[in-house]
Design a protein around this ligand. Sequence first.
Ligand code: IMP
Length: 197
Amino acid sequence: MKLVLASNNPGKLREIREIMSGSGIEVLSQREAGCDFEAEETGTTFDENARIKAMAAMRATGLPAVADDSGLEVNAMGGAPGVYSSRYCADRSYAETCRDIIAKIEGCPDRGARYCCAVVCCFPDGREIHCFATTQGQIAHTLRGTGGFGYDPMFLLPDGRTMAELTDDEKNAISHRGRAFRQLMEKLKDGEYDVKQ
Ligand code: IMP
């Protein structure tokens, strides 16, 4: 089965291809599927935004399409940046944005945070699959590591490493995106969806 990934983010595409490898599902980027646009994320939840992106890619290509919408929620910032995680660093680098968040929560006793990921798959016949997963962590005091992308260098895991200090395989095993896409694969394997087509 060909599945269009409604994203042009190379970091996400690499992670999702890796997670879905061996599933019999061929993940195409939007560009490979011949559509080169970004649907506007006008939703107020991760699930709404994922559905908007998947639906737009499915309509444009006529193929089943999947989208994830993900982000970082910082407890001491009332859950921000949340669904605005990518827009939050629009005019600066992720390193600057991470340092800005670390400064904002300086002195706060609660440094807890979580990554969230909603995955929505839309089929041309109107069926939809919705999945959601999180990864819990803490905001580190300094940035460490060169792996992953985005906020990973400041996202501290219970084993003392940041998400950016994990290998790709280690990150996929525990990440919000890895978990949500594995839920999707389980649902696709249910028999209702013929992934070998
Ligand atoms: P989306 O493309 O609207 O889902 O944007 C998600 C944004 O959330 C990314 O651009 C990053 O800022 C952040 N984000 C989501 N997942 C991760 C992750 O695994 N590591 C680091 N940042 C992430």
